[in-house]
Design a protein around this ligand. Structure first.
Ligand code: PLP
Length: 449
């Protein structure tokens, strides 16, 4: 941290931040030599940790050959190879990839291609979108309108809101009734989509979007068994396209390359980013089903959308190596194994903690929901700003975790998201638990005073 005020438009301009200068596996090192264990992969990005030798090698080699060839003029080998890999391993029906630079661009692309699809097949009136409350699909205006994170939307009203509608999330810890099984709850939650489609008029709805495992807005909330299957059935019944936002939960984070594999459900459009390039390059993508490609091929012939950096050569080569490392080093297996160990270790340390309401997740995508009272699930007073205090105290301890405050039924719920690199071992798990314990002990003691 230098003494002069920063000219960068930082997220919190008045909050001093350490200056990161180097990466070393699961750690980031600052200008003073302090090491931070990256237990959140930044914002669930750095799935291979930092300064990975194989990724660095590819990047050097690719820069020496060609960094960028504009996709309006050329295709490149890294671009084609990456598209083949993503499609060869994708859920059924996804046939082509549209590359972008990040998650919001992927969601914007999904919204636009869904709209264009219905124009191509003569159903121009299908313009409405449905998503879920407490969801985040990006910060550009289209993606923000689609999302259900009301705090982020407030400043920018009116958004494109007449076209975006919201139903309840699938959030068992908060919404499952005591006399319901998980499956019964999943059906009830999914059936809200059918009710909303009928309310809006089935022939006016273009698409429904959701994260198979909700990330930052609710602190890692996986769909209960059967929920996504029922969602798929409802979409098929009413001719509505299904968009999965796997920007955070995809690319191996849950122990499967695509999170929806575990649910056995394939979407019409699948958005990925973050772990695709593991932070070594900004890259995102939208995978598109064959029927949408066919309608466009046989209609106007092109998707009327694009960005300068789509299919960026260096980003494609980098992402391909990231994916090869995940495959060749069997890292999905490590994600499943270490994920179970991490959840078990958290459960052992915090399972009976008065302020820990729920510990949940899939693979190395783990959420801890904090409550003022475990028995009543009462949320903390938002004025305490607990999530910021946890982030700062954890950084002091040398731990990057990702605390957030989502709106729970109109109140401010606090959670901590953990998304460590896929290469972590047992010593890192022990270090996460220790540092988190010290952080929570200190911050919660202060909150009581
Ligand atoms: N969708 C989800 C589920 C996300 O978590 C995010 C970012 O956190 C986005 C979309 C937006 O991605 P980006 O920040 O790369 O634009």
């Amino acid at each position: 941290m230098s003494g002069t005020p920063s000219r960068v438009f930082h997220r919190l301009p008045n909050e001093p931040m350490p200056t990161a200068v180097a990466g070393d596996g699961c750690y980031i090192i600052d200008a003073e030599g302090k090491r931070y264990l990256d237990a959140s992969g930044g914002a669930a990005v750095s799935c291979l940790g930092h300064s990975h030798p194989a990724v660095r090698k590819t990047m050097h080699e690719q820069i020496d050959k060609l960094a960028f060839a504009y996709s309006g003029f050329f295709t490149t080998e890294p671009l084609e190879e990456l598209a083949d890999y993503l499609i060869d391993n994708a859920p059924d029906g996804l046939e082509r990839v549209f590359f972008v630079s990040g998650g919001s661009e992927a969601l914007e692309s999904a919204i636009k291609i869904a709209r264009q699809y219905f124009v191509e097949i003569g159903q121009k009136q299908r313009t409405k979108l449905i998503a879920r409350r407490q969801s985040y699909h990006g910060n550009t205006l289209g993606a923000l309108s689609l999302g259900g994170n009301m705090a982020r939307r407030e400043l920018y009203q009116p958004l494109l809101s007449e076209n975006a509608h919201h139903i309840a999330p699938c959030y068992a810890y908060r919404h499952q009734h005591h006399d319901e099984t998980e499956e019964e709850y999943g059906l009830r939650a999914a059936n809200e989509l059918e009710a909303k489609i009928i309310e809006l008029g089935p022939d006016t709805v273009a698409a429904f979007a959701c994260e198979p495992v909700v990330g930052a807005t609710a602190g890692v909330v996986p769909a209960v068994p059967g929920y996504l299957k029922r969602i798929r059935e409802i979409c098929d019944k009413y001719g509505v396209l299904l968009i999965f936002d796997e920007v955070m939960c995809g690319m191996g984070r849950t122990g499967y390359l695509y999170a929806c594999e575990e649910d056995g459900v394939a979407p019409d459009l699948l958005c990925i980013a973050k772990g695709l390039g593991a932070g070594y390059q900004p890259i995102g993508a939208m995978l598109v089903s064959g029927r949408i490609c066919k309608a466009i091929d046989e209609g106007s012939g092109a998707f009327m959308h694009g960005h300068t950096y789509m299919g960026h050569t260096l980003a494609s080569a980098t992402a391909m190596t990231v994916q090869k490392v995940i495959r060749d080093d069997n890292l999905l297996e490590n994600v499943r194994l270490r994920g179970e160990q991490l959840r078990a270790a958290l459960q052992e340390r915090f399972g009976n903690h008065h302020h820990v309401g729920d510990i949940r997740g899939r693979g190395l995508f783990v959420g801890i929901e904090l409550v003022a009272d475990r028995a009543t699930k009462q949320t903390f007073d938002p004025k305490l700003g607990l999530h910021n205090k946890i982030r700062l105290k954890a950084m002091e301890e040398g731990l990057m975790c990702y605390p957030g405050a989502g709106t729970v039924d109109g109140r401010n719920g606090v959670h901590i998201l953990l998304a460590p690199p896929f290469i972590i071992d047992e010593s890192h798990i022990a270090e996460i638990v220790e540092k988190l314990d010290r952080t929570l002990t200190s911050v919660l003691a202060e909150a009581k005073q």
